[in-house]
Design a protein around this ligand. Structure first.
Ligand SMILES: [Zn+2]
Length: 349
């Protein structure tokens, strides 16, 4: 094992790429030409067909992530292998990218616990990203593109479906027939959670501040949808006493209502905190309710494989809009407006 291998193969974005240059919002992300090279041993060069953006990219654009520029954005990508220095992949293979940065060699990575790797990170935040023409990445980050998905759909699911899958399965241990509340429907992970919870046989409820998004949540299978301001009472009435699991990504603005929405011994799973980083909670609700508060970020490669299997059985992402790579600023502005429902995708080639 060479030292270079032990620290992971460098991720490189090449050709035309959307680059974070200045923390001034979407205008600070510009399309630039980057030099091309051959992949190093163990790496594969993927000609990206589509990439998708996440709130992470927007926070970076606004300077909230303390990322050193320049940084090519985006965690999600799908494309065709152009050159391979690993026997697992050949030119022409259609692939999707596991959106995690890890070393693949430490004890945790070897045990399949990539999320516990000391080098764990997100592609496009802790390495170059997928919003580019040619993406060099460790061969172990690649998986076969699900045949049933278009390129746009294949780029739309990785980060959000991986995150929501881990929250509902490994963390919440959701069982078929249980009730799930997804707070803040509209965001990528929330929409993924609605889809996955349904796929796993759960009854799904949702909240959103937007009436249009509540309507969309109902259209994709939520049994009822509530305003995000004060939802626990109507939710408990609609669900017959509360839900078993809440999927939380909003944080301080909704956390207490989320805790009031679960049944005794319910689970509140948190993957984000878009309304602020510090929350004040009603402690008695936590201990009298025998609640489990569970944190979760991204997921392991095995969980990514489980998502791919679920897609083969009919699970589908939701694409909000598709923009050409050159219109990346418009795509980010779409996320900034918070009007999207599902994923904003960049079409690359
Ligand atoms: Zn590792």
């Amino acid at each position: 094992m060479t030292p270079a291998r032990a620290t992971g193969i460098a991720v490189l974005s090449q050709g035309r790429a959307a680059v974070f240059e200045e923390p001034i919002g979407p205008a600070g992300i510009r399309v630039r030409e980057r030099p091309r090279s051959e992949p190093v041993p163990g790496a594969v060069a993927v000609a990206i067909r589509a990439a998708s953006i996440n709130h992470l990219d927007l926070w970076m654009a606004h300077g909230a992530q303390r990322i050193t520029s320049p940084r090519v954005i985006a965690a999600d990508g799908a494309g065709v292998v152009e050159a391979s220095q690993d026997q697992a992949w050949r030119p022409g293979d259609e692939v999707v990218i596991y959106p995690v940065v890890c070393c693949w060699e430490c004890e945790w990575c070897r045990r399949g616990e990539n999320v516990r790797c000391a080098r764990f990170g997100v592609i496009g935040e802790h390495s170059d990203g997928t919003a580019c023409e040619l993406f060099h990445v460790d061969a172990r980050n690649l998986f076969r593109k699900p045949q049933a998905l278009s390129w746009t759909e294949a780029a739309a699911f990785p980060l959000t479906f991986l995150t929501a899958w881990r929250m509902l399965t490994s963390r919440a241990r959701l069982k078929g027939g249980e009730k799930v509340l997804v707070v803040g429907a509209g965001g990528g992970v929330a929409v993924a959670a609605i889809r996955i919870a349904q796929h796993l046989g759960a009854h799904v409820y949702a909240t959103s501040r937007s009436e249009a998004k509540r309507k969309r949540a109902l259209e994709i299978g939520a049994e009822a949808a509530f305003d995000s301001a004060d939802f626990s009472k109507p939710l408990r009435e609609a669900s017959g006493g509360g839900v078993d699991v809440v999927i939380e990504s909003v944080g301080p603005a909704t956390l207490n209502e989320s805790m009031r929405s679960v049944v005794q011994s319910g689970r509140v799973v948190i993957c984000g905190s878009t309304s602020g980083v510090k929350a004040e909670i009603a402690m008695p609700r936590l201990f009298w309710g025998q609640l489990d508060m569970l944190g979760s970020t991204m997921g392991n490669a095995s969980e990514f494989e489980a998502v791919l299997e679920a897609i083969d059985k009919g699970l589908r992402p939701i694409v909000d809009r598709v923009y050409p790579l050159d219109d990346v600023q418009a795509a980010l502005t779409r996320l900034d407006s918070a009007e999207q429902f599902g994923k904003v995708v960049l079409s690359v080639s």
